[in-house]
Design a protein around this ligand. Structure first.
Ligand code: ZN
Length: 273
């Protein structure tokens, strides 16, 4: 059994303020260790429940946060960027399940800790076929393209509810209760470690019933930017159609193309200061 783990940082236990998640902060060497610790909890439970191979993809910012020397030695690590599938680099149809660790709510979620969707600077909202989607929903579509189910997700309580809404009936590991964008009530380490144990055992045992987010037919993604000029820059993408002042639309029957165009639009839109 092969398990794919995508690890972001904002939803990690104990992390609440911007200094916790940025490279140039004096806190960073401590917090990247907390990120590595939590990745290890997921890896350990994957192996405890029958995994024979675990691939971890570092999915935050420059994607070089996880400390390979402190990572469970049984796991493989995809590190650095850019990489074609970004937060989902490494996934393919040989995997049996995906676990999202340290994820956060989508842009515009009131009180969601670090809420944003791929780029806090540029993206206000993303919909797929009319449904609001954050990073977990967008990334689940990449796994779904390869027919791989999303088994579980960890992050704050609002993220857990949102993931069920965006993806379906996956297991949730709630490590903290959101209070505001930069504040949370962290549960005890013992409680969180135990949740990883019980929820991942459940998720892997029921993996055949876990949601596969596979799209049929034409897929339409609307990307609303924070500023009009960002949508103007994103219109350099030949496939983009302008919907309104701040929104562009991209369409395809191929989800990987949608994902690639989304990231191209993100880069173009984010290129303006
Ligand atoms: Zn992140």
């Amino acid at each position: 059994m092969k398990i794919f783990i995508s690890v972001d940082m904002e939803g990690i236990w104990g992390l609440v303020s911007s200094s916790h998640v940025s490279h140039d902060s004096s806190e960073y060497n401590r917090t990247r260790r907390l990120m590595t610790q939590e990745a290890n909890w997921a890896i350990e439970e994957a192996f405890n429940n029958g995994a024979t191979e675990v691939v971890v993809n570092d999915s935050h910012s420059n994607m070089d946060n996880l400390l390979i020397e402190e990572l469970d030695p049984r796991a493989q690590l995809i590190s650095g960027g850019p990489k074609p599938l970004s937060m989902m680099e490494g996934i393919d149809d040989t995997f049996d399940g995906v676990i999202f660790v340290g994820y956060h709510t989508r842009a515009g979620t009131i009180n969601g800790v670090f809420n944003h969707t791929y780029s806090g600077k540029s993206i206000a909202n993303v919909t797929i076929n009319g449904k609001r989607m954050g990073e977990c929903g967008i990334n689940a579509g990449v796994a779904g393209y390869f027919g791989v189910p999303i088994l579980a997700i960890s992050g704050d309580d609002l993220l857990a509810a949102q993931a069920k809404e965006e993806i379906g009936d996956l297991e949730t590991i709630i490590v903290k209760k959101a209070i505001s964008r930069y504040s949370a009530h962290n549960f005890s380490k013992e409680t969180v470690r135990d949740l990883y144990r019980t929820r991942l055992a459940e998720a892997i045992r029921n993996r055949d019933k876990k949601p596969v987010l596979k799209y049929e037919g034409k897929i339409s993604m609307d990307i609303e930017f924070n500023r009009e000029v960002m949508a103007e820059c994103a219109m350099l993408l030949p496939e983009a159609v302008r919907i309104d002042e701040k929104t562009i639309r991209i369409e395809s029957e191929d989800y990987i193309k949608i994902f690639m165009m989304f990231r191209a639009a993100l880069n173009l839109g984010g290129s303006i200061s």
